[in-house]
Design a protein around this ligand. Structure first.
Ligand code: T3D
Length: 258
């Protein structure tokens, strides 16, 4: 099994599972992952996802042994498998936490950056390894990097392809947090569990608003926020959130996504 899927209370853990190759990606693995995302989203019991890697690495990017004899056209065609995965991840209505347990290289780094909240073990690192082997950053790398860390750092990371330690990645805003290695999974599980009890519809609408802001003007974004707020205001979660506040008790949100 190239990925493992485990049900937890309110969320699922997806583990990349080719530890002997630092969870390097194959086309088969990418489509299994895309399928697992769809299945999780379709399950009303699943209100958050946690993505991590088995063994000492998170993901070493494309499995280079699998493309050793590929022709140039076949190399580019592989992105027909990876691009749908990145699009699926970004469009997912439930939040996804990524626990980067070790090195995240090439497409593996950008897979992590496509997630909503990225935690990394202090011993982990992020490498835009592409130019080292004569390729360009893909899987959204050239889109995520400048937006997360600014143009100067994005250029150096993409062109020099040097590893960025997890703590610097957090300082630069590439990820949410770097934590002690032994605290990574407990923290990531706590976070996914917490997301599973939040107002799921409001979280989905918030993700939509943030994604749209990447290309919207302020005017368009204000209009969008008004429209999304109108939807959120109609939700049972808002009724519950407001009532709980007035009653001075913690809210109990349901599983509805709209
Ligand atoms: O079709 C397309 O469009 C192509 C898409 C491309 C997207 C990409 O992701 S391109 C970038 C591909 N990834 C890389 O170039 C990274 C290659 N790996 C490395 O540079 C290093 O392995 C790491 C920096 C990630 C980790 O180094 P280290 O020293 O911790 O581990 P290691 O000893 O190099 O690797 C451990 C094993 O995993 C080793 O196997 P062995 O010798 O024990 O049998 C190594 O060969 C294997 N491995 C690591 N990365 C890959 C891999 N095997 C296949 N593909 C890999 N990407």
């Amino acid at each position: 099994m190239t990925i493992l899927v485990e049900n937890r209370a309110g969320y699922r853990v997806i583990t990349l599972n080719r530890p002997e190759r630092l969870n390097a990606l194959t086309a088969k693995m990418a489509s299994a992952l895309t399928e697992a995302l769809g299945a999780a989203e379709a399950d009303p019991e699943c209100r958050a996802l946690l993505l991590t890697g088995a063994g000492r690495g998170f993901c070493a990017g494309q499995d280079l042994t699998a493309i050793a004899d590929a022709r140039p056209a076949e190399i580019a065609a592989l992105l027909e498998q990876y691009n749908p995965l990145i699009r699926r991840l970004r469009a997912l209505s439930i939040p996804i936490v990524c626990a980067v347990n070790g090195v995240a290289a090439g497409a593996g780094a950008n897979l992590a950056l496509a997630c909503d909240i990225v935690l990394a073990a202090r011993s982990a690192s992020f490498v835009q390894a592409f130019t080292r082997i004569g390729l360009v950053p893909d899987c959204g790398g050239t889109w995520f990097l400048p937006r997360l860390v600014g143009a100067a750092r994005a250029r150096a990371l993409a062109i020099l392809a040097e590893p960025l330690p997890a703590e610097t990645a957090a300082e630069w805003g590439l990820i949410w947090q770097a934590v002690a290695d032994e605290e990574l999974m407990p923290n990531a599980e706590t976070l996914a569990g917490r997301l599973a009890t939040q107002a799921t519809a409001a979280v989905a609408l918030t993700k939509r608003a943030l994604d749209a802001s990447e290309s919207n003007t302020l005017d368009a974004q204000l209009d969008l926020e008004r429209d999304l707020q109108a939807k959120a205001a109609q939700s049972l979660d808002f009724a519950e959130g407001l009532r709980a506040f007035l009653d001075k008790r913690p809210p109990v949100f349901g599983k509805t996504r709209s």
